[in-house]
Design a protein around this ligand. Structure first.
Ligand code: NAD
Length: 410
């Protein structure tokens, strides 16, 4: 059934992507690729479903056979944000179903339509009624009762830090397990020996893809002092050529902000950065001449120090803070001096530097000389305030399983 669902997702990818794009304004090219990839994601977990196996355990108790088996936890509540509703649901749903769990999905109140369409595919794939359920509504009114419901065993949540903490508190009160994928303020660290052309492209995709509305956005650019001015000027030249506008057009590179509150939040952080004394070297304004939609220019601030709010708090928009550093030690110190630990990248031609820095940076995903590479086979999740647990890969299925130990005497 999981495999068949994968085929159905791929066959319906264009339609699902179009619904999602209309909901959150993401680029058509980006969201279509994401939805197609979801098909492969379900097939990967279809392949894992019959490879969940326990072990015979040697013990000091003679004449007793001791073995473990894994059992589904039960009902899983899946609560997701608006930036990538289908993908972020699949990251939880595919391993949960492969583990034998059932699910109740609550999508974001801003982007529920694609999930309701997606739900139609489960019957076609052969899942019995009730295995996958969708309930729409607001976080407090619908999300919280779901989290505290006695029949829900595990909560898989992706979203902001505040809601994540609230859900963790509620889950603790009811002794439920959680997987939390929260925010980020990821450092993109560029050393003077990097291939700067390659690094510029990586930094731009790191922060401006999805108009910065991405948990893994590389929103803090740490540049070695010796190349700071040159690199910033290369960056400004490159971003100035990006085409912003209608996300349905194939040549658009930067689209709008998804929601009115998010648009206002992004603009407020641009003002905060200016008030804090940072220098706006590109963008910094809303654009009302691009048709319907809430557009914010790709924005770059220099003169940022790591104590400023613009360097510490998640903006979730197209705003890059540039912070200079002296050497490896300085880069590691600034890179880690933040509450989050979702992702990071290091740009250098020196393997020694790459290994030194990646060893010390506290983040769940670290890229070297690339940004955003990801796969259904690799674990994703955060250190520190970026979350609890891991999604994707072989081990994600364990989040949805209980271990039972059996002792059998004749
Ligand atoms: P949000 O936290 O406001 O909402 C996320 C979901 O939680 C929504 O469905 C919402 O209705 C629900 N919710 C809110 N309060 C709740 C409560 N008290 N109880 C139960 N449910 C509740 O986040 P958002 O604004 O939709 O999304 C943006 C955030 O998501 C950013 O912080 C971003 O970093 C994060 N995000 C993280 C990842 C990741 O993998 N780490 C991926 C994408 C987005």
């Amino acid at each position: 059934m999981l495999w068949k669902l994968g085929d159905l997702i791929i066959a319906n990818a264009e339609r699902l992507a179009e619904i999602e794009r209309r909901d959150n304004g993401k680029l058509a090219t980006e969201v279509t690729a994401q939805v197609r990839y979801m098909g492969d994601y379900f097939k990967y977990y279809a392949g894992l479903a019959d490879k969940v196996q326990g072990a015979v355990i040697p013990t000091d108790k003679k004449g007793v056979l001791t073995y473990t088996k894994y059992e589904a936890k039960g009902v899983v509540a899946i609560i997701t944000p608006w930036n990538s509703p289908l993908t972020l649901t699949s990251w939880k749903l595919a391993p949960a179903l492969a583990a034998g769990c059932t699910a109740v999905i609550k999508p974001s109140e801003f982007t529920s339509a694609s999930m309701l369409e997606f739900a139609e595919l489960f019957a076609q794939a052969g899942f019995p009624p009730g295995v996958v359920n969708v309930i729409t509504g607001f976080g407090q009114e619908v999300g919280e009762p779901l989290v505290t419901h006695p029949q829900v065993a595990h909560i898989g949540f992706t979203g902001g830090d505040a809601a994540g903490r609230k859900i963790y508190e509620l889950a603790a009160r009811h002794l439920k397990t959680v997987t939390l994928e929260l925010g980020g303020k990821s450092p993109n660290i560029v050393f003077d020996d990097a291939d700067l052309q390659q690094a510029v492209k990586g930094v731009v995709s790191g922060i401006f893809a999805a108009s910065g509305q991405s948990c893994q956005a590389g929103s803090r650019l740490l540049v070695q002092e010796s190349i700071h001015d040159r690199f910033v000027s290369m960056l400004v030249d490159f971003v100035s050529q990006a085409k912003m506008g209608d996300p349905s057009l194939p040549d658009t590179q930067i689209g709008p902000i998804a929601t009115r509150p998010q648009f206002e939040k992004v603009l407020s952080y641009i003002q905060i950065a200016k008030d804090e004394g940072a220098t706006c070297v590109l963008g910094g304004k809303p654009r009302s001449d691009l048709g319907a939609g809430m557009f914010v220019e790709p924005t770059i601030f220099t003169g940022v120090n790591n104590r400023m709010r613009i360097a510490q708090e998640e903006v979730f928009g197209p705003v890059l803070s540039v912070i200079p550093f002296k050497d490896e030690e300085d880069a590691i110190r600034i890179g880690n001096d933040v509450q989050f630990g979702l992702a990071a990248a290091v740009w250098t031609r020196s393997l020694h530097r790459a290994m030194l820095v990646t060893d010390k940076i506290k983040a769940g995903t670290i890229w070297v000389n690339n940004y955003r590479a990801t796969s259904f086979t690799s674990p994703f999740g955060g250190f520190k305030d970026s979350g609890i647990g891991r999604e994707s890969g072989v081990d994600a299925i364990k989040e949805y399983l209980e271990t039972k130990c059996l002792w059998v005497s004749t």
